[in-house]
Design a protein around this ligand. Structure first.
Ligand SMILES: NC(=O)c1ccc[n+]([C@@H]2O[C@H](COP(=O)([O-])OP(=O)(O)OC[C@H]3O[C@@H](n4cnc5c(N)ncnc54)[C@H](O)[C@@H]3O)[C@@H](O)[C@H]2O)c1
Length: 273
């Protein structure tokens, strides 16, 4: 059976570990890693299979697939470790991939993959199709309650007082590359959209704070030779992290379940025992 290791035991990592532990993702949980070890140990202790808590290099060696559910910054340790061992890595903090195009080239050379799911949005299959032809524009408009934007470097550096807002306010307009720098934990969707489409410098992003808003809302619009594509999603924020919507968790579970079924059965067919 396919073995999966998880780095990051917060909102998403915990949900994924539980989904494996409960058999909703048909795989073995090879281990957990977290910046604060106590958090990983608490999660491990609450699971039926009691997976080991280990350091990242050891976890990579013990796993067929590594899942990053930590931060974009953590990718600088996780992705090279996976590439060295030729292991697939499923990235959730997709924004951390921008600026590291060399990782994709190296993965290809080593016969492994850097994978990501649609996360908090949908329609990336359509975007991938659209860029086969001429694309004129790709825009993402994100609306979030102010508390979902609190602490972002862009907000802190400019001293934006989110609590003082009384009406919908455009907080940021720029490229996806700039958005991922200024809002590293808020707009992973813009990175996923860029990587599926026209890249981080041609993908435009608007971030709007919505006082009193209940949902994290994303609207993608793509125009090109194929016509026009528009996708809009309203995500209910998760209970433990207002920046992370439920669909991001569900999308990762669905992705891993599909990966485990296809890759797990392929591994079985290749194993003569
Ligand atoms: N792709 C998407 O659509 C999407 C959607 C939501 C969240 N995300 C991203 O997924 C990531 C996880 O989200 P979450 O809601 O679970 O966050 P969270 O804050 O609840 O949990 C993150 C966990 O990772 C740990 N961590 C941080 N840095 C680490 C490191 N260097 N090594 C090991 N562990 C580390 C933290 O201690 C914490 O336990 C975030 O980066 C978030 O921005 C992506």
């Amino acid at each position: 059976m396919l073995s999966i290791g998880i780095v990051g035991c917060g909102t998403i990592g915990t949900a994924l570990a539980r989904a494996i532990d409960e058999g909703r993702i048909p795989a073995l949980l090879s281990g957990l890693a977290n910046r604060t070890q106590a958090r990983a140990e608490a999660l491990a202790g609450s699971l039926r299979t009691r997976p080991p808590v280990v350091k990242i290099p050891e976890l990579v060696r013990a796993s067929d697939l590594l899942v990053e559910a930590a931060t974009g910054k953590a990718l600088e340790e996780i992705v090279p470790a996976c590439l060295r061992e030729g292991k697939d890595v499923f990235v959730i903090s997709v924004g951390g991939l921008l600026g590291h195009e060399e990782w994709f080239r190296e993965a290809e050379a080593r016969g492994c993959r850097i994978l990501f799911a649609s996360g908090a949005i949908a329609g990336l299959d359509g975007v991938r199709g659209a860029v086969v032809g001429r694309v004129d524009s790709v825009t993402l408009t994100t609306r979030k309650p102010p508390k979902g934007l609190a602490g972002a470097p862009y907000v802190v550096e400019r001293g934006i007082d989110l609590d003082a807002l009384t009406e919908e306010t455009v907080i940021f307009e720029g490229t996806a590359r700039e958005a991922c720098k200024g809002f590293p934990t808020n707009v992973n969707v813009s990175a996923a959209l860029s990587l599926a489409g026209v890249g981080p410098d041609r993908t435009r992003v608007r971030i709007i704070a919505v006082p009193g808003g209940r949902f994290n809302q994303h609207r993608i619009e793509v125009r090109g030779e194929f016509g026009r594509l528009a996708v809009e999603i309203e995500n209910v924020p998760s209970a433990t992290n207002p920046r992370t919507g439920l669909l991001s968790i569900y999308s990762s579970i669905a992705f891993l379940a599909g990966y485990a079924r296809t890759t797990g059965s392929k591994a079985k067919r290749q194993d003569p025992t």
